[in-house]
Design a protein around this ligand. Structure first.
Ligand code: ZN
Length: 306
């Protein structure tokens, strides 16, 4: 894949192109963004371009020895660190074995020795400190490319030594066009509008439970001013989607935000819609603090069906 094929995020793409064109990589970059945003994909393109023998305007050429080795997955100067099998975290031994043990030796045959640390926010404290030592006194040829969904899990001392590359969600229009071009059905295109990233959109393809939940939310948002009995049956229905409560609240929030935007553009006052959107946000916070779903949901519904 080339940078020009990567959707959206133009600022970050330009930054990568310029870095490669100027041949001025710094020692560490952190790609952040939601699941499926393309963090790892961008790291790959960046790594490939940095060691490419003849990049074209900052893009990897795709045909030189280095590019071919990278594509084949056996580039001698690109290394990956990830959690060991059956583990969810990157431990200190992973960083020692996969990074520290390899960093002393100069690059085999290329400009940079590149270490890609995927899901770096799963690094234990020990692992982060081991990495920090290398970030503090980096080998002149070393480049670290980190990805993280939740950079707040990284030590401030680590964050202060990396260049931040935050990937933004794609607009609904860009997503819609991509999925249509990919030949996906209109149901999947509808789901994708709530995904924000291509990876998540593709994960939602064929996810009928998500489609049901999305429809439920759409009906709920339309259902202002219903009776208590109707509200009760809606509350019961939500139980079906209990295991996906966070996604359900995300969908509701996006729907209210969309309605607020539409109303504002027509100069219609929206105090009730704003109140509903805020109560969804409040519910999101409560759930993140492990509050009981049924209780949070019942309270939320009282506001939403007004
Ligand atoms: Zn090349």
């Amino acid at each position: 894949m080339k940078l020009s094929d990567f959707l959206g995020n133009n600022l970050i793409k330009e930054r990568i192109l310029k870095t490669v064109k100027d041949d001025r990589a710094t020692h560490a970059y952190l790609f952040t963004g939601a699941f499926g945003a393309g963090k790892f994909t961008l790291c790959g393109i960046f790594a490939k371009a940095l060691n490419c023998a003849s990049p074209k305007n900052g893009e990897p050429c795709g045909v030189c020895h280095s590019c071919v080795l990278f594509e084949a997955g056996n580039h001698p100067d690109v290394f990956y660190a990830a959690p060991a099998k059956d583990r969810k975290t990157i431990g200190v031994s992973d960083i020692r074995e996969q990074v520290a043990a390899r960093i002393e030796e100069k690059p085999f045959n290329h400009r940079y020795k590149i270490f890609i640390i995927r899901n770096s926010d799963t690094m234990t404290l020990g692992a982060q400190n081991a990495l920090l030592k290398m970030l503090e006194e980096p080998a002149e040829y070393a480049v670290f490319l980190l990805t993280a969904e939740n950079p707040r899990k990284l030590l401030q001392t680590v964050l202060s030594r990396v260049i931040s590359m935050p990937l933004m969600p794609l607009s609904a229009e860009v997503m819609k066009k991509y999925l249509k071009d990919a030949g996906l059905s209109s149901i999947e295109t509808k789901n994708a509008l709530f995904a924000g990233t291509i990876g998540k959109a593709l994960a939602l393809c064929g996810d009928t439970e998500f489609s049901d939940m999305r429809e439920f939310c759409e009906n709920l948002v339309k259902s202002g001013g219903i009776t208590a009995a109707e509200g009760f049956s809606l509350a019961k229905r939500a139980e079906e989607f209990k295991t996906r409560a966070n996604e359900m609240l995300d969908v509701l929030y996006i729907l209210y935000a969309r309605d607020i935007r539409d109303a504002v553009s027509r100069n219609v006052p929206v105090p009730l819609l704003v109140e509903k959107a805020q109560s969804v946000q409040k519910a999101q916070i409560l759930l993140s603090q492990n509050a009981n779903f049924a209780m949070v949901w019942d309270n939320l519904l009282i506001t939403l069906i007004r």
